[in-house]
Design a protein around this ligand. Structure first.
Ligand SMILES: *Cc1c(COP(=O)(O)O)cnc(C)c1O
Length: 362
């Protein structure tokens, strides 16, 4: 048996062992081609099949309506921060952003370089330990779109439902919770996500977008940064990150095998429950960062009352085979990322370790 770490990395993050093993089996010879998927033309029938099948799998799992396109792009979610306003924020219109934390801030900063923006709601006054009440969201009259970050990876907060925006397209950065729970795609104009947290390895960015929004991008935008380029070319305008797309394909089949997105959601709940319960029942030894109602099922952020103990927690956890429990450098503390592929066994082990650590240091 391969010895696997208890991997709580925030991204790139754990992949299912079964997926890695299948990739290993097919690594030097994909489907009898006498070469790996990485070595073949992206114009070959075999690769086109991977490209198309991966789209279909995502469509099926997420029940994506037929008037939406699925794109596989490069440059990470961070490039989407710029492509969105370049393509969808014309002069005279306003890009509206819900400020929920570190990633929302980065998205907004890029939009400011391109056009006029507005903050539709913010939880900055609470140090981003919650999602703003949806009823406080003010969408400007001239809004081109409303942008939300469905899960704030660094602060560990998550929208439990999404604002209803009428004719204004809702755009969701779902980089850290895509496919972790069912979502009504038709409520969104666009959903995007870097794959490396919940969907596969780094190198490919998933975009799900309503057709009418990407029919024709403004003429001045460079070819690679135009959505219409990638729509017209079925995400094969230039050389795609073929190995990454292939691994997403395997990952989607794994989700299917688990029973689909609703089953994955339940599995994720069971996993995080174990850890949140340990925090809640610790009598204040562990303190969750996020408000209970808004805390994330993907990134569990918490603190211990001294930094000394936090350091010791990280050190001891590493000695016992845990990886990735140090909080993001910008906020400190501790964080356990429990994405789709993180097994329940890892979460059980972490809950046990936390209880034991408290017994010895409480
Ligand atoms: C990780 C992350 C990003 C950045 O993704 P890249 O693919 O590294 O550009 C953006 N938004 C959220 C919510 C993230 O978690």
């Amino acid at each position: 048996m391969t010895k696997r770490a208890y991997n709580f990395n925030a991204g790139p993050a754990a992949l299912p062992l079964e997926v890695l093993q299948q990739a290993q089996e097919q690594f030097v010879d994909y489907a009898g081609a006498g070469m790996s998927i990485m070595e073949m033309s992206h114009r070959s029938a075999l690769y086109e099949q991977v490209n198309d099948e991966t789209q279909s799998l995502l469509r099926e799992l997420y029940q994506i309506p037929s008037n939406y396109k699925v794109l596989f792009l490069q440059g990470g979610a961070s490039t989407q921060f710029a492509m969105i306003p370049m393509n969808l924020l014309p002069a005279g219109k306003v890009g509206a952003y819900v400020m929920t934390g570190s990633w929302a801030d980065k998205a907004l900063k890029e939009a400011k370089l391109i056009g006029e923006t507005a903050i539709a709601a913010s939880s900055e006054a609470f140090k981003f330990n919650r999602i703003p009440d949806l009823s406080t969201i003010e969408i400007p009259d001239q809004a081109a779109y409303l942008h939300v970050t469905s899960n704030e990876t660094i602060e560990g907060t998550q929208f439990k439902s999404f604002p209803v925006t009428g004719d204004v397209p809702l755009i969701g950065d779902m980089s850290s919770d895509i496919l972790s729970r069912p979502v009504d795609v038709s409520q969104f104009g666009m959903i995007y996500a870097g794959a490396q947290k919940n969907l596969g390895p780094s190198g490919v960015t998933i975009v799900i977008v309503r057709e009418d929004l990407v029919q024709e991008s403004p003429k001045t935008i460079p070819t690679m940064l135009r959505y219409d380029t990638h729509v017209k070319n079925n995400s094969l305008y230039n050389t795609p990150p073929s190995f990454s797309v292939y691994l997403v394909n395997l990952m989607l089949k794994w989700v299917q095998g688990k029973g689909g997105v609703a089953a994955i959601e339940q599995y994720n709940r069971d996993k995080t429950q174990l850890i949140y319960q340990t925090i809640d029942q610790s009598g204040g030894f562990y303190k969750g960062f996020a408000e209970t109602a808004d805390r994330s099922t993907m990134n569990i952020t918490f603190r211990i009352h001294t930094e000394e103990l936090e350091k010791q927690f990280v050190k001891e956890s590493e000695q016992q085979g845990f990886v990735g429990l140090k909080g993001h450098r910008s906020v400190g503390g501790l964080r356990a990322s429990t994405y789709n592929a993180v097994p329940l066994e890892s979460c059980k082990a972490l809950a046990d370790f936390m209880a034991d650590f408290q017994r010895r240091n409480g």
